[in-house]
Write a new protein. Structure first.
Length: 165
């Protein structure tokens, strides 16, 4: 028995799925920028552990950004991570961890908490995009979102474990 594969989903499905992926791209890009920035600027007694963790996470995010953007392009839209200004809001929100007036360990904890918050935000937009993909029967976008949610849940577990020190 053979299973029919649709080479191109219907145009309305492409548009809905691609549009739902735009906030995923923007939030993932913002998380990437914050994580990379924290990698450079973390200090304190847990420097090496955090520096290494942040590097692993921003490298994974860099690859994810490309996958998400390429999926949007495969669906016929342009990848526009800066369109809604969300990245700039993330930048403002995460700069609070770089206040030199605060002790290095407190700054590191603020960095970790910010990354927890950003990962949670990405999970929410991935979940919304997954539902859209399900509704328009775009299995590939749904699968991409399932993978992203799983990755961000693992990142949350790691980051939240640090805060319990």
């Amino acid at each position: 028995m053979s299973i029919a594969t649709t080479l191109h989903p219907p145009k309305y499905a492409n548009s809905a799925a691609a549009q739902s992926l735009q906030p995923v791209l923007a939030n993932t890009y913002g998380l990437y920028l914050a994580t990379h920035n924290y990698h450079w600027n973390v200090e304190g007694p847990h420097f090496m552990a955090l520096h290494t963790l942040f590097e692993a996470q921003y490298n994974e995010l860099f690859l994810a950004i490309d996958l998400i953007a390429e999926r949007i392009r495969a669906l016929g839209d342009y990848a526009l991570p800066f369109e809604d200004g969300n990245i700039f809001q993330i930048s403002k929100m995460t700069s609070n961890a770089l206040n030199k007036e605060v002790a290095a360990n407190d700054r590191a904890n603020r960095m970790v908490q910010n990354l927890v918050d950003l990962n949670e935000a990405v999970i929410k937009v991935c979940g919304a995009s997954k539902k859209v993909a399900q509704n328009v029967r775009d299995d590939e976008s749904e699968d991409l979102m399932i993978g992203r949610i799983t990755t961000h849940q693992k990142a949350l577990w790691m980051l939240e474990s640090i805060l319990k020190i």
